[in-house]
Design a protein. Structure first.
Length: 326
């Protein structure tokens, strides 16, 4: 049963790819979302008509204080997220992800806000020691991006103990797909991930799709990942808020499906749906890429009553194609 709420929620990073889907899901569930975004990668066109918007930055304390006035809860998705880039420019990631979040947490505490949903990542785990990975898997990030997410989870743990700030950290696996209703189609600029790269190749923006390694110990030799539809992710944020309204406890929860797709499967289904025989080139393995990453999402089912509904490869590919072709 869906719980109905009228909480006022500041969605920090709400104009981005995942944030815009979260904002839509919140409004549909009866929450009152306000988007706070610096538009560094977020897009105004990602906001559905009538969504309150504040153009602000978590690095500027006055702007956060303004944004948090009269809010009951925060969903924090604002971050830099390119794992490779984070190894070259860690300072950027330290400032935007760590300093920005500390500013936001301190402002939240000052305003007396006690409900906080955080966009965390499977990147907190690092190299999988077993799959599917549950929340008790060791956390040893292998890139600086993943380290920033883990450090924020630890900060949240302290703010829970010391300041009564209750949080749900949602550890996303591989987000993909576009709005199931086709209303959101602001495309990510300069994407680094497999699905948008495939889409850009279909659209003729890129010449070919590089396949990073065909010699992994997997059935077809290519990397396997747990792709989760962004509309499913969005729904989980609504459920995480529901959880914080009824339970006085903080949690870290995986969001995935436990079923994996290989790079080759993604390419095959994308060719089928688009009817375009785009070029594929085999390349060396990308440093730091494990063969197989899968989420154990039983905790999400148990605590949030959430499971993926739209994360099959056909729905992911068809919703992405629709967004890219519109
Ligand atoms: C998926 C698979 C690649 C591109 C990253 C971050 C992770 C998380 C999600 C935020 C792998 C292969 C990719 C290409 C390819 N981000 N690939 N050709 O690396 O699983 O996860 O995004 O929290 O922290 O590291 O996602 O989409 O880059 O790669 O063959 O052009 O596709 O080797 O097997 P990844 P991805």
């Amino acid at each position: 049963m869906n719980h109905c709420s009228t909480l006022k929620v500041l969605v920090v990073g709400g104009a981005g790819y995942i944030g815009s889907h979260v904002t839509k899901a919140l409004a549909e569930a009866g929450y009152q979302p306000t988007v706070f975004d610096n538009l560094s990668t977020g897009l105004r066109k990602n906001l559905l008509p009538g969504t309150p918007f504040i153009h602000g930055d978590i690095l500027i304390s006055d702007q956060i204080a303004q944004g948090l006035k009269n809010m009951d809860a925060i969903i924090h998705l604002a971050a830099l997220k390119a794992a490779g880039e984070s190894m070259i420019f860690p300072e950027k990631y330290a400032t935007h992800n760590l300093t920005g979040t500390i500013n936001l947490l301190n402002a939240a505490v000052k305003e007396g806000i006690t409900k906080f949903v955080f966009s965390s990542s499977a990147a907190v785990y690092g190299e999988p020691k077993y799959v599917p990975m549950d929340e008790n898997h060791s956390t040893e990030p292998i890139n600086f991006y993943g380290y920033t997410k883990l450090e924020i989870e630890r900060l949240l743990n302290w703010y829970d103990q010391l300041k009564g700030l209750r949080s749900v950290c949602l550890r996303y696996f591989n987000a993909a797909g576009y709005d199931i209703d086709g209303q959101l189609n602001g495309l990510e600029q300069n994407p680094q991930n497999l699905f948008p790269i495939v889409m850009e190749t279909i659209m003729g923006i890129r010449e070919y799709v590089p396949v990073f390694g065909e010699d992994y110990d997997t059935p077809d030799g290519t990397g396997i990942r747990d792709y989760i539809h962004v509309s499913d992710l969005a729904k989980a944020h609504v459920k995480a808020l529901n959880y914080l309204e009824t339970e006085d406890k903080s949690q870290c929860i995986n969001l995935g499906t436990a079923s994996g797709l290989s790079v080759k499967e993604v390419l095959r289904v994308s060719k089928e749906h688009s009817k375009i025989d785009f070029e594929i080139r085999t390349k060396p393995r990308r440093p730091g890429d494990p063969p197989k990453v899968l989420a154990d999402s039983r905790k999400a089912l148990k605590l949030l009553k959430w499971s993926a509904q739209h994360s099959d490869v056909d729905t992911i590919v068809s919703t992405m194609l629709k967004a890219y072709q519109s």
